[in-house]
Structures are given as C-alpha cells and as structure tokens.
Design a protein around this ligand. Structure first.
Ligand code: SF4
Length: 275
C-alpha cells in the first residue's frame, strides 16, 4: 500500500529533506510529501543566477506549503566562485558550479546528521539524480518507488494551483539563466524572453591567448544571436515540432517541445540542477 510505504519513510529517525531546484519534479515532490511527512525540510541552493520565473515559482511554492524554503548560498553565488576559478567558465566536462553551488552547500548544511534526501526522479525516467557520497545521506525516490510518472506530476501541479514553472513554454530545464546545458532553442528563448539576461550571459564569454571561453562549445552567443542564425534555429525547431506532432498526434505540446529540445542537443542535463 502506498500510504504504508510513505508512513514508513516518515517514521525513520533523522532529518527529512527535499532539495528543490525550482523545476517541476522537485516542486511536485515537495507538494506531494508536505502533508505526509510533516517534519520535512525544504532547501534551495541559490546560485544567484536563476531565472526570475524560478524565484517567483519558489515564492509561490512557499506560500502553498506554508513553510519556509531554506535558501543556501546567501553570501557566495556564482560570481564568487567564478572569480576563485580564475574566470574559467564551467562546462559539462569541468562542472565546478554544481559542486560549489549545489553539492557542497547542501552537505555543509546537513553536516553529520542522518538525512533522508528525497529526490524527484520519476518512474518514467532513467536517471538516478544526485547521490551524496556522505554515508549519512540516504537517497529516497518516492516517485520512482510509487510508480509515478509525468502524468502524476502534472496532476499534482495542476491540483495545487501552481502549474508548471512560467519558463516552461520556452525552456524545460531549471537552473542558472546561462546554464551551458541549455539547448539551442532555449538560448533563443532566453534572448526573446529575457534580453537583459542574454546580454549578461554574453558578457561572461571571453577570448584569451587564442583560446575561447564560451557557454556553448560550438559558437559564441554573439554568433548565435545573429538574425540569420536565429531564423535558421527557429526553422529547424518548427520542422522538428511538426514531425513530433505527426508522430504523436495526441500528446500535449509541452511534451512534444521537450522531445524537440532534446533532439537539438543530446547532452543530458544536470541531475541536481534540473529536477
Ligand atoms: S544550472 Fe547549470 S550553470 Fe547553474 S550550477 Fe547547475 S549546471 Fe552549473
């Protein structure tokens, strides 16, 4: 029985924590557990570079939960660590940002306490999320263990009144506005929805000693924002969306959009930031 399994989790001695990313799955998990595990704590590791929609979504979640969301990294956001790393932008290969801004603050926050860390990976996903190397932090996967899929997550968000994060129509991964895991179409979405943040992201890109430091390996943001390049990206995006529609005529647009964005870049997102 589902309720027995959850009661079993709630009875475990130690701290119970949902690590929020500002994305739909961790938000749905917070909502799903809030009346089942009353002692649960909610934590958000703030890079100070999230989208405004994410901060707004977290505020609305906090109001719904009637409980505080503990914000970590109050003093040291992305720019502090970028400075410490000599201006080297993080990338999928050298991902210092996740360690410094997500993992270490969380591990410092829990210390040596016994922790049940609830992770919003769904039953219809193949990933495992962030598994701490600390022996006192134990991962729990409620959606996976209870067989809950995307339809359940959408229902939880709908019923709560929160719905999907507002950025969802153009971007499907939570996290920093300049995240290098963004797909091509999501960068175009950033330029269109937040031109100021696109400009800010552009300012981080440099060239030194013949080497370039770009968010995207293949091209700089200055190249990507050229009108002909944007027109090409949009053409390809529309074509893929049309193909997806024909392949799966009964699926909601949001799902088709996810498949189209995945097809643009095959890099998997971050298992910590994008939940
Ligand atoms: S969202 Fe992207 S850039 Fe930000 S901390 Fe996570 S992996 Fe790094």
């Amino acid at each position: 029985m589902k309720s027995d399994v959850i009661a079993d989790w709630a009875a475990r001695p130690g701290r119970h924590i949902v690590n929020l990313s500002g994305g739909k799955d961790s938000t749905a998990l917070a909502i799903f557990l809030h009346d089942k595990i009353p002692q649960i704590e909610y934590v958000f590791c703030d890079t100070h570079k999230e989208l405004p929609e994410t901060y707004d979504y977290l505020d609305r979640l906090e109001a719904f939960l009637q409980r505080p969301i503990i914000r970590l990294n109050a003093q040291r956001g992305f720019d502090h660590w970028l400075n410490m790393y000599g201006g080297m932008l993080p990338s999928a290969q050298v991902r210092w940002c996740t360690r410094k801004l997500k993992i270490e603050p969380f591990e410092a926050f829990v210390g040596d306490d016994t922790v049940w860390s609830y992770i919003g990976i769904r039953a219809d996903e193949g990933r495992s999320g962030y598994i701490s190397t600390k022996p006192n932090v134990h991962p729990v996967y409620p959606f996976k263990e209870l067989g809950m899929t995307i339809a359940d997550i959408e229902r939880i968000l709908e019923t709560s009144g929160l719905g999907l994060p507002a950025y969802y129509s153009w971007r499907q991964r939570s996290g920093c506005f300049f995240c290098f895991f963004q797909r091509t179409g999501e960068w175009v979405g950033l330029k269109e929805h937040h031109p100021d943040l696109f400009e800010e992201a552009k300012k981080y890109e440099t060239e030194r000693g013949g080497e370039h430091f770009y968010w995207r390996q293949r091209e700089s943001l200055a190249e990507l924002e050229q009108p002909e390049r944007i027109a090409q990206i949009k053409r390809e995006h529309a074509l893929r969306l049309e193909q997806e529609r024909k392949k799966r005529p009964n699926r909601p647009l949001i799902e088709l959009l996810g498949a189209v964005l995945d097809a643009e870049d095959d890099e998997r997102g971050c298992d910590i930031c994008h939940l």
